[in-house]
Design a binder for this molecule. Structure first.
Ligand code: CMP
Length: 156
């Protein structure tokens, strides 16, 4: 099983889309392992977006992400990183395919509703940052886990 970080950005919160977006991940079969909501400080956002430090949109991105409440999620599942990226869609929401979260709910490049880790190393780094206290992550087994996956092929 793999874990990934998802952020529901201030635009998703302001537009009342937390439940709708969360439902996409839950109904797909991903397991919610961590969830918290607050206005996070700039220092955390600067670390999170360190990789974009030299990009022209870096300052406004950090400003936007620290401007209001964000919901941070840790999701778990087989190939969770790739599965979540597929559900989220292309970065520019105007180009994102219908059926994806950005494709169905967004019109912006910057206000693109969701952030999702883009690889194994990134997920490890980002989860360490946003859920540094492992007590904030719940290890639990959905009662229907053996129906979400093939026991013989995927849970052995
Ligand atoms: P996210 O997945 O959070 O990762 C980096 C973010 O930077 C991205 O989503 C966008 O919100 C933003 N971003 C990336 N490229 C651009 C761009 N060219 N112009 C504006 N914002 C961008």
């Amino acid at each position: 099983m793999e874990r990934t970080l998802v952020l529901l950005k201030p635009d998703a919160v302001q537009r009342g889309l937390i439940g709708t977006i969360l439902a996409r991940f839950e109904s797909k079969g991903l397991k919610l392992v961590g969830l918290k909501m607050r206005t996070f400080d700039r220092a955390l956002l600067e670390q999170h977006y360190e990789v974009h430090k030299e990009r022209p949109f870096y300052a406004s991105l950090v400003e936007f992400m620290s401007s209001g409440p964000v919901v941070a999620l840790c999701l778990e599942g087989k190939d969770a990183i790739a599965v979540v990226r597929t559900l989220v869609g292309k970065t520019n929401a105007r180009e994102a395919a219908p059926g994806t979260i950005r494709g169905d709910f967004g019109m912006s490049f910057s206000n693109n509703l969701v952030h999702a880790s883009d690889g194994e190393d990134t997920a490890e780094f980002e989860l360490g940052l946003w859920f540094a206290d492992s007590a904030e992550l719940s290890d639990w087994n959905p009662a229907d886990l053996e129906w979400r996956y093939s026991v013989k092929e995927e849970l052995a």
